[in-house]
Write a protein that binds this ligand. Sequence first.
Ligand code: NDP
Ligand code: 8X3
Length: 252
Amino acid sequence: MQKRIALITGATSGIGEATAHLLAQNNFNLILCGRREDRLIKLKTELSSFTEVVTLSFDVRDKHDVRKAITSLSSPWNKIDVLINNAGNAHGLDPIQTGNLDDWDAMMDINVKGLLYVSHEVLPIMVERKSGHIINIGSIAGKEVYANGNVYCASKAAVDVITRGMRIDLNAYNIKLTAIHPGLVETEFSVVRFKGDTDRASQVYKGFDPLQGKDIADLILFALTRPAHVVIADLVVLPTAQASATLVKKEL
Ligand code: NDP
Ligand code: 8X3
């Protein structure tokens, strides 16, 4: 079987990195994206014994850079079969009345507008070929609002709604849309949310068995390997200890 080409945003850590590892070993050629070039180069070296890898370093907030990076791909790399819109983070955890404007900009610009900018460059390729699969990484935070989650929750609710809109608009073009909404996954997510405070970040995952990036990668691979007539549309996945966005059974 011919290998499909998958473009993964946010491949330099966490869910994206785990997905890169799994897809590399399961018949995908990879376009790996992120801002940290050193990590992209290291990942390419690690995965090159399994598959072919191209790296693109750009900030999803910059629509001109997004366009430049994706249009720089030449054949066969510009025939993207799979887009995994994974890049994103929470920035801060503050009540709305004391929220930080830069944090708000970051979350809306990366999680929402960044996803749109990347999709905008990849969609014409899929539409022209009448084929493709887009996987958007949402969050339980897009399904439930929790205290101090305000803008992050809004950004992930937007991912949920945009995915549904994409599914409708792209229905005529045989393009599959999957949204995956994880609960707590132990990645660099909380280190970013708490601005490098690793002690505070590690508390988030103490006392229970959180999801790992590999758990989400497994679901991504499952969604990508369903038969042509099947699409996994919307998936919420939680650690067993988590019952809702805020209820986690911890044994401390
Ligand atoms: P990580 O912090 O480990 O990974 C985030 C990735 O996003 C990195 O590869 C980072 O790359 C990339 N990224 C962040 N900002 C930008 C930017 N401006 N431009 C380009 N790339 C960027 O977190 P996760 O793996 O946990 O997060 C992946 C996705 O999963 C996010 O969308 C997150 O919201 C979602 N999610 C996470 C959950 C969790 O509990 N961890 C739960 C539910 C959803 P670089 O810094 O190199 O640019
Ligand atoms: C990440 C999960 O619960 O921290 O989207 O919002 S949570």
